[in-house]
Design a protein around this ligand. Structure first.
Ligand code: HEM
Ligand code: NAG
Ligand code: NAG
Length: 340
């Protein structure tokens, strides 16, 4: 008893409290750092992280070559992950009951190759830095890598996300934009995720790669009259690709009819020409307040690239969990609690 109070006196008396204060402010400093993302988050715990992910993404692409399906699939997966529960890997969870986030009707047929890309990259990362890097961060890096590999811009990815512990199909409706959404609906949904209208326009440029099922836009073709914002020749071509029968539900059409595999600014030139595939695409040009932005991106590939990189970083901050707000999943498709 006496010893203890002696020790306590030693600890708190004299100059001890200065040390305690210093330690406290140090740990406060750590808390502040942990609540933010940082490009060098894994520089000491997994220094080769970005290399490992890039090599793995390249391997995945070589396995599916010459098809480039994993590129749009991975990019879109990142977007859907971020807009539901934040960028926390919740989209990757597989539920035996088919009630996880990815099972929602709004999952809009996310291609399995996007999931595979992340799962393979996670395996490669785990083999070198076990238990350190979140699936949310691996998805964020892979989404950047597929953009670069398709000819798009390099941008630094902020890291330090934790994986979430909730993944539910109930959380999806209302949080993802619909292809039939008008300008106001899109604007509000992106604002809810702290994204500006310029970022909305820039991120939509992701539709320079990948495909859409006919059902997502056929309403524009077979309304009476045909959607007047569609270029008539393009509308005619789409009607041939997507005849008004149930079989065309399985048909997919290129989102960018001009350079479908290249990550470039052709998407914006399409919009100017009335060749936006989805209503949500064409709205960006029909809307007076963003028409100049679209035209600017159509005329300037480097402006689009800079805006896209910056907007992807903003998207990557959406609802992130850091510190003890989440976990580092061992298996991207299951919560750690489900593995024990
Ligand atoms: C602005 C609101 C948006 C809407 C309404 C929208 C809607 C859609 C729809 C309906 C499809 C076709 C899905 C299918 O039928 O298979 C699609 C595909 C795609 N979306 Fe979006 N999207 C939006 C924004 C974004 C953003 C911000 C990104 C990424 C940054 C993105 C990336 C993609 C990609 C890459 C594809 C092609 C997927 C593939 O081929 O596997 N989209 N989107
Ligand atoms: C998307 O959801 C539907 C049910 O709405 C499901 O049949 C399909 O397998 C899901 N897709 C993926 C990739 O999970
Ligand atoms: C938007 O920003 C505010 C203020 O920084 C933040 O509290 C909120 O969590 C952010 N929302 C999302 C979805 O990231």
């Amino acid at each position: 008893m006496e010893m203890m109070s002696m020790n306590r006196k030693k600890m708190w008396g004299g100059k001890g409290w200065i040390l305690v204060m210093m330690l406290m402010s140090l740990s406060l400093g750590t808390v502040v750092v942990e609540s933010q993302l940082a490009e060098n988050f894994y520089s000491s715990t997994c220094p080769n992280l970005e290399d490992i992910v890039l090599q793995s993404v390249k391997t995945k692409l070589s396995q599916t070559a010459p098809l480039t399906i994993p590129i749009p699939a991975t990019l879109r997966l990142f977007f859907h992950d971020c807009f539901v529960e934040g960028c926390d890997g919740s989209i990757l969870i597989a539920s035996p009951n088919m009630d996880a986030e990815k099972d929602a009707e709004d999952n809009l047929s996310l291609a399995g190759d996007g999931f595979d890309t992340v799962i393979q990259a996670k395996a490669a990362v785990e083999s070198q830095c076990p238990g350190v890097v979140s699936c949310a961060d691996i998805l964020a890096i892979a989404a950047r890598d597929v953009v670069v590999l398709a000819g798009g811009p390099w941008f630094n990815v902020e890291l330090g996300r934790k994986d979430g512990v909730i993944s539910s199909s109930d959380r999806v409706p209302g949080n993802l934009p619909k292809p039939t959404d008008d300008w106001n609906t899109l604007k509000l949904l992106f604002a809810k995720n702290n994204l500006t209208t310029t970022e909305l326009v820039a991120l939509s440029g992701a539709h320079t790669v990948g495909f859409s099922h006919c059902s997502r836009f056929s309403g524009r073709l077979y309304s009476n009259p045909t959607d007047p914002s569609l270029d008539p020749d393009y509308a005619q071509q789409l009607k041939q690709e997507c005849p008004p029968n149930p079989e065309s539900d399985q048909v997919v059409v290129k989102l960018d009819p001009t350079t479908p595999d290249a990550f470039d600014n052709a998407y914006y030139r399409n919009l100017v020409a009335g060749k936006g595939l989805l209503t949500s695409d064409q709205e960006l040009f029909s809307e007076p307040s963003t028409q100049d932005t679209v035209t600017g991106f159509a005329n300037g590939g480097s402006e689009f690239f800079a805006a896209f990189g910056s907007a992807m970083r903003s998207l990557g901050r959406t609802g992130v969990k850091t510190g003890n707000q989440g976990e580092v999943r061992r298996d991207c498709t299951a919560f750690n609690s489900a593995l024990n």
